[in-house]
Design a protein around this ligand. Structure first.
Ligand code: NAD
Length: 319
C-alpha cells in the first residue's frame, strides 16, 4: 500500500512547495488558512527568500496553529511530503506569453525534477509553473512516476475566471456555474460551451444569453492574465487559492472534479500530451478523466491545443 493510501483519513499531511516566489508563497498562505496540511515546506534556490516568506507565515501561527512551517534551499525538504507543488521558474513579463518561458523553465525542470524525486518517489507532483502543459509532460518524463501522480493546475484558474465572469453576467454565484475551460493553459484554451450550464440548464436557455456576450466573456477570460500582469506585474492570489483547493481535494479524498492538466491517451483521438480536461481527483491523484460530450468545433479546438503543445515540445532544445 502506498504511503498516500495508508495515511487516508488522518491529517498529518506535509505539502512541499518548490519556488517561494509570488505564486509559491501565496499558495503557502492560502494553505495555511485552509488548514488541510500539517506541514508546509518552502523550498527555493534563493534561501533568504524562502526564509523570509516562512518567517512571515510563522508569525501568523498564533491565529492559525497546528501547522509546521519549514524552509530551505535543499530538495531534501521534499522528503515525506504527500504533495510537492512546483512553482519554481521564471514568470511572464508584460507582453510575454506562457510559451515564451519554455527554454528557461524546461532547463530548470530537467535539473530539478530528478533531484526532487531522489528524496521522494512516493508523492503527487503538482506542476504550476509555465508553460504548464509542457512542464507537466516533462515532469512525467523526468520523474518516471505513474501518470495518475503527475498533473498540473491546468485550467483550474482559467475555469475559475470564466465562472466568475459568467456568474457576474447571469447574476448567480460562480459556484453555481458549471462551465469548463479546456485544453492548453494558454492561448489555445477553449470553453466547452456545449455543456456550460447553471443548475443543469444550458446557458442558451437563459434570457440574458447572447452569443456575442459569451464570446466577449471568453476573450476576457483568455486575456485576464495578460491584463493583470500589465497592471500589477504578476498573478498570484487566485492561483494560490486554486492550489489550496487542489491540495485540499487530494488530502480530503473527496473524488472532486477539477479542470487539471494530465496525460491524455485517446481523448477524442488526442494522445501523448498533457492538457486540461475535467478529472476526478483523490488521494491517489487523478482517478479518472471525464470524457466531456464535446461538439465538433470543441474537438477541433482540443486537437489544436494538442498540436500547439507538441509543436513547441519538438522545437524545445532542453526538453
Ligand atoms: P517568481 O519569480 O516570483 O518566483 C519563482 C521562484 O522560483 C523564485 O523565488 C526563484 O528563486 C525560484 N526558483 C527558480 N529556480 C528554482 C529551482 N531550481 N529550485 C527552487 N526554486 C527555484 O514567479 P511567480 O510569479 O511565483 O511564478 C512562478 C511560476 O508560476 C511561473 O512560471 C509563472 O508563469 C507560473 N504561474 C502559473 C500560474 C498557473 O495558473 N499555472 C499562474 C501564475 C503564475
Amino acid at each position: 500500500m502506498s504511503k498516500l493510501k495508508s495515511k487516508k483519513g488522518n491529517h498529518t499531511s506535509k505539502v512541499a512547495i518548490v519556488g517561494a516566489g509570488f505564486v509559491g508563497s501565496t499558495a503557502a498562505y492560502a494553505l495555511l488558512i485552509d488548514g488541510s496540511a500539517s506541514e508546509i515546506a518552502l523550498i527555493d534556490v534563493n534561501r533568504e527568500k524562502a526564509e523570509g516568506e516562512a518567517m512571515d507565515l510563522q508569525h501568523g501561527l498564533q491565529f492559525k496553529p497546528n501547522v509546521k512551517i519549514s524552509f530551505g534551499s535543499s530538495y531534501e525538504l521534499c522528503k515525506d511530503a504527500e504533495i510537492i507543488v512546483i512553482c519554481a521558474g521564471a514568470h511572464q513579463k508584460p507582453g510575454e506569453t506562457r510559451i515564451d518561458l519554455i527554454s528557461r523553465n524546461s532547463a530548470i525542470f530537467k535539473e530539478m525534477i530528478p533531484q526532487i524525486v531522489k528524496h521522494n518517489s512516493d508523492c503527487i507532483l503538482l506542476v504550476v509553473a509555465n508553460p504548464l502543459d509542457i512542464l507537466t509532460y516533462l515532469t512525467l518524463k523526468y520523474s518516471k512516476f505513474p501518470k495518475s501522480r503527475v498533473f498540473g493546475s491546468g485550467t483550474i484558474l482559467d475555469t475559475a475566471r470564466f465562472r466568475y465572469m459568467l456568474g457576474e453576467y447571469f447574476e448567480v454565484s460562480p459556484n453555481s456555474v458549471h462551465a469548463y475551460i479546456m485544453g492548453e493553459h494558454g492561448d489555445s484554451s477553449f470553453p466547452a460551451w456545449s455543456t456550460a450550464n447553471i443548475a443543469g440548464v444550458n446557458l442558451k436557455h437563459f434570457k440574458k444569453y447572447s452569443r456575442k456576450a459569451m464570446d466577449k466573456l471568453f476573450l476576457k477570460t483568455k486575456n485576464a492574465a495578460y491584463e493583470v500582469i500589465a497592471k500589477k506585474g504578476a498573478t498570484y492570489y487566485a492561483i494560490g487559492l486554486g492550489i489550496s483547493k487542489i491540495v485540499n481535494s487530494i488530502l480530503s479524498d473527496q473524488n472532486e472534479v477539477l479542470a487539471l492538466s494530465s496525460y491524455l491517451t485517446n481523448y477524442y483521438g488526442v494522445s501523448d500530451v498533457c492538457l486540461s480536461v475535467p478529472a476526478i481527483v483523490n488521494r491517489q491523484g487523478i482517478k479518472e478523466q471525464i470524457l466531456m460530450p464535446l461538439n465538433s468545433l470543441e474537438k477541433k479546438q482540443l486537437r489544436k491545443s494538442a498540436s500547439t503543445i507538441k509543436g513547441n515540445l519538438r522545437k524545445c532544445k532542453n526538453c
